[in-house]
Design a protein around this ligand. Structure first.
Ligand code: NAP
Length: 315
């Protein structure tokens, strides 16, 4: 069995890696169980791994690529002695201390745990969806937009993510159709204006996607008018789903208090969960701000909370 750690950090987006930098510099030798490479945001580095330009992270006046920013975070944590395990935690038991975590059959234990498992893209849950991801269906314009040069594609959703994806995709595609289930957008005014003024972006209002066409590759979609119920086919070679996110909290069900929307409940102005010694930070507990900088800030809070908590236990 691996040695007991003072701190284990589960998840490695801006929150987890900032917690790693702070707790490593506090000599707590954290182990970061960072996740496994995958095609979704549920991977080492988190959602910024699926982004190109990050223009609003302070300290980078010219902007920085998401993956490069996360590599910088990781290198900084490694420099101060954080260890990394590139695997996924499959089960936890926080009912007694030291807390137990499993990666498959292997158990890891720690005096304090920082949960920073983030959030992931919501899908439409239509037949053949999983098979088509990566074959015309995508949740990441910045990853896959290049493959749709001069083609007609769609974006589902009416929020900031959908407007951002549509605007980015218009650099490649010949036409981008935003398919939204209502007749007004949820996106912020500036993002709406940017999309409305883009000649390559069209809007299909009051429509839902009801099925995907194509077996091994997306060849089109069927959409339904939510008012009349009438269906029609659209010949699209690419469809980007941008309908929001879900927190990665499945393994914490029954272990930590979760809110109704699935996010981890933390005490206000802190990273404290309902279990003394378990802290949560970043998108797994924040459904309001959801920014890299706020996630990083809350990762710093979690590391400081954990450090103080460990000190109290030993004193
Ligand atoms: P969101 O604001 O929750 O918007 C989700 C959109 O998807 C809504 O328009 C919703 O429709 C639609 N939707 C949800 N479920 C659907 C379904 N099953 N079928 C069809 N449509 C569905 O999510 P988001 O756009 O990912 O944004 C999340 C947060 O991140 C927001 O606070 C946003 O401001 C922020 N964000 C900011 C930026 C930026 O500033 N650069 C970029 C991206 C995201 P309804 O409107 O009908 O509910």
């Amino acid at each position: 069995m691996p040695e007991n750690r003072q701190v284990i950090i589960i998840g490695s987006g801006p929150a987890g890696l900032t917690a790693a930098i702070y707790s490593a510099r506090a000599n707590l030798s954290p182990l970061v169980i960072e996740g496994e490479p995958s095609s979704t945001s549920d991977q080492p580095g988190g959602q910024l791994m699926l982004t190109t330009d990050v223009e609003n992270y302070p300290g980078f006046p010219e902007g920085i690529m998401g993956p490069e920013l996360m590599q910088n975070f990781r290198s900084q944590a490694e420099r101060f002695g954080a260890d990394f395990l590139t695997q996924k935690v499959t089960r936890v038991d926080f009912s007694s201390n030291p807390f137990q975590m499993w990666v498959g059959e292997t158990t890891y234990t720690a005096d304090a745990v920082i949960v920073s498992t983030g959030a992931r893209s919501v899908m439409l849950n239509l037949p053949n969806e999983f098979e088509l991801v990566g074959h015309g269906l995508s949740t990441c314009a910045t990853c896959d937009g290049f493959f749709f040069r001069d083609q007609e594609i769609g974006v589902v959703g009416g929020g900031d993510s959908a407007m951002e994806e549509a605007t980015f995709l218009s650099r490649f595609a010949s036409k981008v159709t935003v398919i939204h289930r209502r007749d007004e957008l949820r996106a912020s005014k500036i993002m709406q204006d940017r999309a409305f003024s883009n000649p390559k972006i069209d809007f299909l209002w009051n429509h839902e996607v009801t099925s995907y066409k194509g077996e091994s590759k997306l060849e089109g979609i069927t959409v339904k008018d939510v008012n009349s119920g009438q269906e029609k086919d659209l010949a699209l070679s690419g469809l980007f789903i941008a309908i929001g996110h879900k927190p990665n909290t499945d393994i914490f069900q029954g272990q930590l208090d979760l809110l109704e929307n699935g996010y981890i409940s933390t005490q206000s102005d802190s990273s404290l969960t309902n279990i003394s010694g378990v802290f949560a930070c970043g998108d797994v507990q924040d459904f309001t701000y959801r920014q890299a900088i706020t996630a990083a800030g809350s990762g710093c809070m979690a590391a400081i909370d954990a450090e103080r908590w460990l000190e109290d236990q030993s004193g």
